[in-house]
Design a protein around this ligand. Structure first.
Ligand code: NDP
Length: 448
């Protein structure tokens, strides 16, 4: 009881000190609430004020990014980097380019990243960054000039043993290439370990492109096994059609799952025969088209504008892989009514707190993003190892390590859920398992 009131008071303080940051509040609330049973057994963590320290980022950097567009007009964006927690290793986490990016989103993502990175058991702290720059409709030259302007400030704050950014929404191989090139020029150093998600010809790792989507499905395989579900022959829907969604679809298809729908921010398509992945990759990775273009090549497929309707399609597996807050309570009701059995988050916090609670209460087995989508950062960690060794491992070797890490993340989350009395609650399990690693390191490192 006393633990709960301490947590409630801390949460009230987080809201008061971080006004107008709803995404950050939601991320903190979910973690704090699920730690109560653990903290009741570990009063020393409360005494050492570990949580009070964890809700405050170690450093938050906010900077101007000025660049010139193709018409010679000066544009000004906001750049951010949160160096959230370094108890376990250098700050590590992606960069997001999307008009919705603000301090709340960067802090929520950084906070989540701390626990996710801890779950991988690799030596990585948590960070996140990005800008409200909208890459849609920009030419290659504009993307390059933006990335160079962004890096002209960021380079002072990053380093292979300090802070190692990677991609996220709007940042793929092309952007990482431009960012790395400019870092190298400014720092006058060829330190490959300063960024991950690099091209294969300059220090990138095989499997990094596929890692988050593949890792998500390796996690889902563990969930299905525990529930006695044979994945082959199941029907799935996957929201989004970006990096995470595409490679989640690919791995699901390898395992004999039929994926009937995917989306982008304009709407979703249904293809009852199963998504044609070669076509989707060509549309999204090469031609950078809107999802509706899929129906021009496959007339039997249907396009629906708007994103929410994708959750009304009958399926047994649902993988939200687009963005935060995309699966709300209404969507959870629709999925449940249509027979969903497994939901796992490829995106970061795509499921609202209400929808998550609904799944947990109604025996839909739910895989939280900080565990289920950790394959991307885990493989980034493997890229850092290869850069340090100046070696490149084969696809099979990296994929084998990725799978082993995802299996161990599932086992850690499940075991903590069992220990703390709620065996099917992987939200609780992942939060406790991740927190415990970070908190123990913070206790050992003293008050800093
Ligand atoms: P991409 O930019 O490659 O793809 C994002 C996809 O989501 C696109 O299809 C995009 O559509 C869609 N989308 C974006 N915003 C919205 C919105 N408001 N409503 C509906 N759809 C939207 O990003 P990633 O695939 O890399 O990332 C997706 C999610 O996964 C994010 O939450 C990210 O943080 C998370 N993640 C990514 C990792 C990675 O390794 N890439 C690792 C771990 C988590 P459109 O093109 O129309 O914008």
């Amino acid at each position: 009881m006393q633990t709960k009131s301490t947590i409630d008071a801390l949460y009230a303080q987080v809201i008061a000190r971080n006004p107008n940051e709803p995404e950050f509040h939601a991320a903190v609330k979910e973690v704090l609430e699920s730690l109560v049973p653990y903290l009741e057994n570990h009063p020393e963590m409360l005494e050492a004020r570990i949580l009070d320290r964890l809700v405050e980022p170690e450093r938050f950097i906010h900077f101007r990014v000025a660049w010139v567009d193709d018409h010679g007009i000066v544009r000004v964006n906001r750049g951010f980097r949160v160096q959230y927690n370094s108890a376990l290793g250098p700050y590590k986490g992606g960069l997001r380019l999307h008009p919705s990016v603000n301090a709340s989103i960067i802090k929520f993502l950084g906070f989540e990243q701390v626990f996710k990175n801890a779950l991988t058991t690799l030596p990585m702290g948590g960070g996140k960054g990005g800008s409200d720059f909208d890459p849609k409709g920009k030419s290659d030259g504009e993307i390059m000039r933006f990335c160079q302007a962004f890096m002209s400030e960021l380079y002072r704050h990053i380093g292979a043993d300090l802070d190692v950014p990677a991609g996220d929404i709007g940042v793929g191989g092309r952007e990482i290439g431009y960012l790395y090139g400019y870092y190298k020029k400014l720092a006058n150093l060829h330190t490959q370990g300063v960024l991950t998600g690099k091209g294969l010809h300059f220090g990138g790792s095989l499997v990094r492109t596929q890692a988050t989507g593949y890792g998500l499905v390796y996690f889902v395989e563990n969930m299905a096994k525990d529930r006695g579900i044979d994945l082959a022959g199941q029907t799935a829907i996957v929201s989004g059609s970006g990096n995470v969604a595409i490679y989640a679809i690919e791995k699901l298809q390898h395992l004999g799952v039929k994926v009937v729908a995917c989306s982008d921010s304009s709407g979703y398509i249904i293809d009852e025969r199963g998504i044609d992945l070669d076509l989707l990759k060509d549309l999204k990775e090469v031609r950078r088209e809107r999802i509706q273009a899929y129906t021009q090549a496959v007339p039997s497929a249907t396009f629906f504008p708007g994103c929410a309707g994708i959750w009304t399609i009958p399926c047994t597996i649902a993988l939200p892989c687009a963005t935060q807050g995309e699966l709300d309570l209404e969507a959870a009701h629709a999925l449940m009514k249509n027979g969903v059995k497994l939901v796992a988050e490829g995106a970061n916090m795509p499921t609202t707190l209400e929808a998550t609670a609904y799944f947990l209460d109604h025996d839909v087995y739910f895989g939280p993003g900080k565990a289920a989508n950790a394959g991307g950062v885990a493989t980034s960690g493997l890229e850092m190892s290869q850069n340090s060794l100046r070696l490149s491992w084969t696809f099979d070797e990296v994929d084998r390590q990725l799978k082993a890490i995802m299996n161990s993340i599932y086992a850690a989350a499940k075991s903590a859920a069992v220990t703390y009395g709620d065996p099917d609650n992987l939200v609780l399990g992942a939060n406790i398992a991740g927190f415990e690693r970070v908190a123990k390191a913070m206790m050992s490192e003293g008050v800093i």
